[in-house]
Design a protein around this ligand. Structure first.
Ligand code: FPP
Length: 244
């Protein structure tokens, strides 16, 4: 590997943290314990991203479709997130993490909404890593809300371009993800950042999220480095001599 490749680090990593339920089931524990362990894995991965100079980490914590889960699992996840904010907010702040929440906040409880607002305000000045937590988020929801916001802002059909619409997407503050990781063995996007992953590199790992750590992150970065990113163009190769 050349030193150029060795230095190549994805600027923005997005992760679908899948496999918490199976991790718990394997241990004859309720699914909630898998999610609890998942929070601990996330804290470790945040630190690992900082150590590797990754600027943006975006994680799928609760999808628009996760409301379909049994009500005790949904309320367990809500409680877990609230507890995680109070347990880890100070630590995240000390690590230099800026927290952003992306998703439809209208449907979550006022208590959780306030906790999100507090987490964002308390960490707004941090610059080491932006951790975006997608919560009550769906890629299709994001595209529709961006269209609605653009219309409300008076953008005309003629003025609507890809870059104009990007300004209204929930993650307009971040570059598109370079690397998308999904743990847990499933090979699908599940309505995560649909608009933003047009040219993202995908890595699917069989590792269950609670077991994901530095070694698995490094393996994904290694796979990313081996990809040939062309963004729809062609690889630039030196012109070959043509015989006269
Ligand atoms: C998918 O595993 C995981 C989730 C739906 C929840 C992920 C949430 C966390 C790790 C907590 C995040 C907390 C904060 C504070 C950001 P699954 O339940 O679908 O697992 P399975 O496929 O094995 O059933």
């Amino acid at each position: 590997m050349s030193s150029d490749q060795a230095a190549l680090v994805p600027r923005h990593v997005a992760i679908v943290m899948d496999g918490n339920g199976r991790w718990a089931k394997k241990r004859f524990l309720p699914r909630f314990f898998g999610h609890k362990q998942g929070v601990d894995a996330l804290v470790k991965v945040v630190q690992a991203c900082i150590d590797r100079n990754i600027d943006y980490l975006t994680v799928f914590a609760f999808s628009s479709e996760n409301w379909k889960r049994p009500s005790d699992e949904v309320s367990g996840l809500m409680g877990l997130v609230l507890a995680a904010v109070s347990r880890y907010l100070a630590r995240m702040g000390a690590m230099g993490v800026r927290i952003r929440i992306v998703g439809d906040r209208d449907a979550v409880s006022p208590k959780l909404r306030n906790a999100w607002n507090e987490a964002e305000a308390a960490t707004a000045h941090n610059t080491k890593l932006t951790l975006s937590v997608a919560f009550n988020y769906g890629g299709r929801w994001d595209i529709v809300q961006a269209c609605k916001s653009a219309m409300q802002a008076g953008v005309s059909p003629e003025a609507l371009t890809e870059s104009k619409l990007s300004e209204f997407m929930a993650m307009s503050y971040a570059p598109d993800p370079d690397l998308f990781i999904r743990t847990g063995g499933e090979v699908r996007i599940s309505n995560f950042l649909l608009w933003q992953v047009a040219y993202t590199e995908f890595v699917f790992s069989d590792c269950l999220w609670p077991e994901f750590g530095e070694a698995q992150l490094d393996a994904a970065i290694e796979a990313f480095r081996e990809r040939d990113r062309r963004f729809g163009g062609v690889k630039s190769t030196p012109p070959t001599a043509v015989a006269a």
